[in-house]
Each structure stands twice: as C-alpha cells, then as structure tokens.
Design a protein around this ligand. Structure first.
Ligand SMILES: [Zn+2]
Length: 188
C-alpha cells in the first residue's frame, strides 16, 4: 500500500472546505495515479487537518474501505456539481440528487446541526455527511461566490480576486509554472 499523503496548507487553497476536498486529486483523474486520497490513512489525516475529525478520535471508521469508497464517490459528485458551476452550466440533476442523499445520511445520529446552522460530526462517519452538507451549501450559494477551476491542474477555488479573473489555484505552483512556460516559449 502506498504511504498516505502528507497534507500541508498548500493542499488547502480553495477558500472552501468542500472544494479543498474536491482537490484531493490532480487534474481530477485518479486513474492516472494522481489520487492524493490514496488510502484510508490519507482520508483520516485529511479530516484531521480540516479539524472535522477530532484528534482524539480512535478507530474512526467502522468499515474503512467502505468509508474510502464513500469519500471518493462524494468527491466525484463534487466534481460534477462544481465543474458545472465553474463552467456556468445548470447543475447536473443526478449528481445533485445523489449529493442530497449523501447529506441526509446519519443526520440526527452521526451529525447534529446547531442553532447557528453549524453542522458537527458526532462520529467519523458523520464527517462525510458534514462534507456533503458543505458541498450543497456551496453548490446552492449565490454567484457572489464564484467557483473556478485552475487552468493548469483543474483544482477548484473561490475567486475572491477583485477582477474576478484569477486563473490559477496558486501562484506558488501553477501560476509560476505557467509564467515559466510562457517565458520559455517566447525565448526559443
Ligand atoms: Zn493549479
């Protein structure tokens, strides 16, 4: 088994936790071996990094392989829905319906929602429900929260730039690579 991804703040650049979760793969092509959510330890470490899963939670998932499958499925639903938003299309009904199903799982037992509207996972399983709720919140949010996809790697982010023309997930990675590529192509 490959070793779990070591998450750093560079993996959390989207400005929204649901988009950060969607960004746990490069170019949204896990079959090409770029899946950062490569095993259950990577998933639990991601959930801890976001503080969705408390540090002291032990033996988090009852069935870790099932949880990993559910997490990856949730991520696919996010891709379908957020890609539509990024491209200015109507949200795909099937993906949205499946996302709503994922968001109702365990409400009341694995997840509680407080008077301020904040969802709290009570179990590890509940963290996936909370993620689905966050996904729906963003999917249905007003267009003042513009979802974009990086021109280079496909990662999603909320474009809060003043011009609303941000193209890269991060200047540190894709932005600089794009600049370097432009430089090379203009100096041959
Ligand atoms: Zn990028």
């Amino acid at each position: 088994m490959s070793s779990a991804t070591a998450w750093t703040d560079d993996h959390f650049i989207a400005g929204d936790v649901a988009l950060d979760f969607a960004n746990t793969v490069y170019r949204r092509t896990p079959e090409m071996g770029a899946d950062l959510l490569n095993n259950i330890d990577a998933l639990t470490a991601w959930l801890r990094h976001t503080e969705l899963l408390p540090d002291d939670a032990r033996d988090p998932f009852e069935d870790s392989q099932a949880a990993l499958r559910q997490a990856r499925r949730l991520r696919e639903l996010f891709w379908a829905v957020f890609e539509a938003r990024a491209e200015g299309r109507e949200l795909p009904a099937n993906a949205l319906a499946d996302l709503l199903d994922a968001a109702r799982r365990g409400v009341g037992s694995d997840v509680t929602v407080g008077s301020d509207g904040s969802a709290t996972p009570l179990t590890a399983q509940g963290t996936l429900t909370v993620l689905a709720l966050y996904g729906i919140r963003l999917a249905l949010s007003p267009s003042s929260l513009p979802v974009r996809a990086c021109d280079r790697c496909g990662w999603f982010f909320i474009d809060t730039s003043r011009s609303r023309r941000r193209r890269w997930c991060s200047m540190k990675t894709c932005g600089n690579q794009a600049k370097a590529a432009r430089y090379r192509s203009s100096h041959v």
